[in-house]
Design a protein around this ligand. Structure first.
Ligand SMILES: NC(=O)c1ccc[n+]([C@@H]2O[C@H](COP(=O)([O-])OP(=O)(O)OC[C@H]3O[C@@H](n4cnc5c(N)ncnc54)[C@H](O)[C@@H]3O)[C@@H](O)[C@H]2O)c1
Length: 362
């Protein structure tokens, strides 16, 4: 097992990463000072796969466990579902000290985190992420939220978990498209934080795709480390943490212009490539590195093909983004593979040029 300490003063916590950790969760919770009753929030898919293993491990160490379920799906991240969970927690007499475990992907993690942050003004939260995206991204850093109308992820809080347990063996049952979506974030960490890590993923991509556990542990570990370092420097997202949005400016626009028919990971991959091309046009990212970025996206089974959407629709979606400043837009641009910077100086016309000429670009 590997351990990462996220250093945030009194909100510091550990991330445990390894294979088979679900079976040891009771032990780790006890070691971290928890005892007595606790609540698991999960969905029927994850419960069927991993609910029993987790419950057994907790029961073995004397915990009294209550399992609450919400249906699968992004639409469950709502105030209404949170409200129902508050009622159920009250029915089970949960107290300020009763920990809540989020067992599932980012949807369960964000919703459970929101409930834990707000129920009785905050109860201990343990993240047990079971998707690649949740292990490398959403379970770390304390952003918890629900959606509300047009406000996606905008009703929430910064509420750090007390512990994150990433059992990489749970990734074996993940549908391929979810795994591939998570790979987009792994590639993102290489570009924003560590060129050697990018090269490592490049070298080992085929084995990573065949779910070699040693490699999965390494990519989850390195990605989590990069995210933790960024969060430590900017917990409340006031500056540096913005670099985690690399690929998301154009990515979000493609997602919304396609009415969310383009999956998040694929949209982010297109956004990362778009930012790479913009950077290359500005004389920053070297052509060879741009090609490496394109090739790794293709090899990861993400996409480099722009969907059949009017460029104008994508530009309109970008304009909707509140980060627009006097015809210029905030971008995270790679200077090299492993190093990015934040700029408010990218002209929308350059973004349009890259999108219009997409098929002719490197
Ligand atoms: N809080 C943050 O910092 C942050 C960061 C990035 C994304 N997010 C949020 O994360 C969410 C997306 O998370 P996601 O990609 O994990 O999606 P998800 O939670 O919907 O999970 C994807 C699918 O995989 C299933 N699943 C989960 N674990 C499984 C397993 N081990 N085996 C088989 N199936 C499994 C789920 O039931 C679901 O059907 C979005 O709501 C997004 O806003 C939050």
């Amino acid at each position: 097992m590997r351990k990462i300490r996220v250093r945030l003063g009194s909100n510091s916590y550990d991330i445990y990463i390894g294979s088979g950790l679900l079976m040891q969760t009771g032990h780790w919770l006890k070691e971290n000072g928890f005892a007595g009753r606790l609540v698991i929030i999960t969905n029927p898919i994850v419960k069927r796969l991993y609910g029993n293993a987790l419950k057994q491990s907790l029961a073995k160490e004397g915990f009294k466990v209550t399992v609450l379920q919400v249906p699968d799906g992004e639409e469950q991240k709502s105030l209404e579902v949170a409200g129902r969970l508050y009622n159920e927690l009250t029915d089970f007499y949960c107290e300020r000290t009763t920990p809540i475990l989020a067992l599932g992907g980012g949807v369960i993690g964000d919703l459970t985190g929101f409930v834990a942050a707000t129920y009785l003004r905050g109860v201990p939260l343990i993240q047990i992420p079971t998707t690649l995206l949740a292990q490398v991204d959403s379970s770390i850093g304390g952003k918890v939220a629900v959606n509300h109308g047009q406000l996606k992820n905008k009703i929430g809080a910064f509420y750090q978990p007390r512990l994150v347990i990433s059992d990489i063996s749970t990734l074996s049952t993940l549908p391929t498209k979810e795994f591939v979506g998570g790979l987009a974030e792994v590639i993102k960490y290489g570009v924003i934080g560590d060129g050697d890590f990018f090269a490592y993923v490049e070298r080992n991509l085929d084995q990573i795709k065949s779910l070699d556990e040693r490699l999965l542990e390494e990519i989850v570990y390195r990605s989590s480390q990069i995210k933790a370092e960024i969060v430590e420097k900017d917990e409340k997202d006031l500056g540096l943490r913005n670099i985690l949005n690399y690929g998301h400016t154009v990515g979000h626009a493609i997602e919304s212009a396609s009415d969310f028919k383009v999956e998040h990971g694929k949209a982010v991959a297109l956004g990362m490539l778009a930012a790479g091309r913009i950077s290359n046009k500005l004389g920053l990212l070297d052509k060879n590195e741009l090609i490496r970025l394109k090739v790794i996206i293709q090899r990861a089974d993400l996409t480099t093909e722009l969907p059949n959407l009017e460029v104008e629709k994508i530009i309109q979606a970008i304009k909707h983004d509140k980060k627009i400043l006097r015809g210029k837009i905030r971008f995270i641009l790679p200077k090299a593979l492993g190093s990015v910077f934040i700029t408010d100086e990218v002209n929308l016309s350059l973004v349009e040029q890259v999108l219009v000429n997409w098929n002719e670009e490197t």
